[in-house]
Design a protein around this ligand. Structure first.
Ligand SMILES: Cc1cc2nc3c(=O)[nH]c(=O)nc-3n(C[C@H](O)[C@H](O)[C@H](O)COP(=O)(O)O)c2cc1C
Length: 181
């Protein structure tokens, strides 16, 4: 088995945690661009790249996004909103109920969280927000549905305790071997 202490990718995956409190320090646009460049390499269903990213470091825009996002507790000064281009998905023959485009949102999210850590930023996914209000606040093009927001910012020195899932889950708890043994 590869040693997670020696392998930098495994070590980064182990170290990543959601940032639950952020400072007001602005986020450099260049750092967001590095994260977006990483997100572009996330795997996508059929290699169709149906995700669209809406990025902002604008204080007024972030104020509105935070107002309509009750799940955004960290007060991030920047964000990437991961959308799905539903019109393009339909053109490629994806029915509205097929999971591929949603899974693409997940692969992009995981990549963005790790890339944020790599540039020294904190990050946290937010699914609790008003889709309609975010679409208006960000003037989203027709057909783009906002699915998940990743808040970005500099981690505050003191972090609230993570949500407790009870006892720590191990990979064995989540896995079943076939055949068993
Ligand atoms: C799909 C998804 C939606 C999430 N939505 C929220 C949210 O709305 N607000 C929030 O504070 N955290 C949200 N989270 C973060 C989880 O609560 C967090 O990943 C979990 O508690 C484990 O913490 P860790 O990533 O630091 O290990 C979300 C995570 C995922 C994957």
């Amino acid at each position: 088995m590869t040693d997670p202490v020696r392998d930098p990718v495994l070590a980064a995956i182990r170290r990543r945690r959601v940032t639950r409190a952020m400072t007001d320090e602005p986020v450099a646009r260049a750092d967001v661009e590095t994260i977006l460049e990483a997100a572009r390499w996330a795997p996508t269903a059929g290699n169709r790249h149906l995700q669209r990213f809406v990025a902002t470091t604008h204080p007024g825009t972030m104020r509105v996004v935070r107002m309509v996002s009750p799940g955004m507790i960290a007060r991030p000064p920047a964000a990437i909103v991961i959308c799905v281009d539903r019109e393009l998905a339909a053109q490629y023959g994806f029915r509205p109920d097929v999971p591929g485009p949603w899974i693409d949102v997940g692969t992009a999210t995981a990549t963005i969280l790790l890339a944020a850590q790599a540039v020294g930023l904190g990050a946290g996914p937010v699914s609790s927000f008003s889709r309609a209000a975010v679409a208006v606040a960000l003037d989203l093009p027709d057909g783009w549905s906002p699915e998940l927001i990743v808040g970005l910012g500099h981690p505050a020195p003191v972090q609230p305790a993570p949500m407790s899932a009870g006892r720590r889950v191990t990979w064995r708890d989540l896995t079943r071997w076939v055949p068993e043994g």
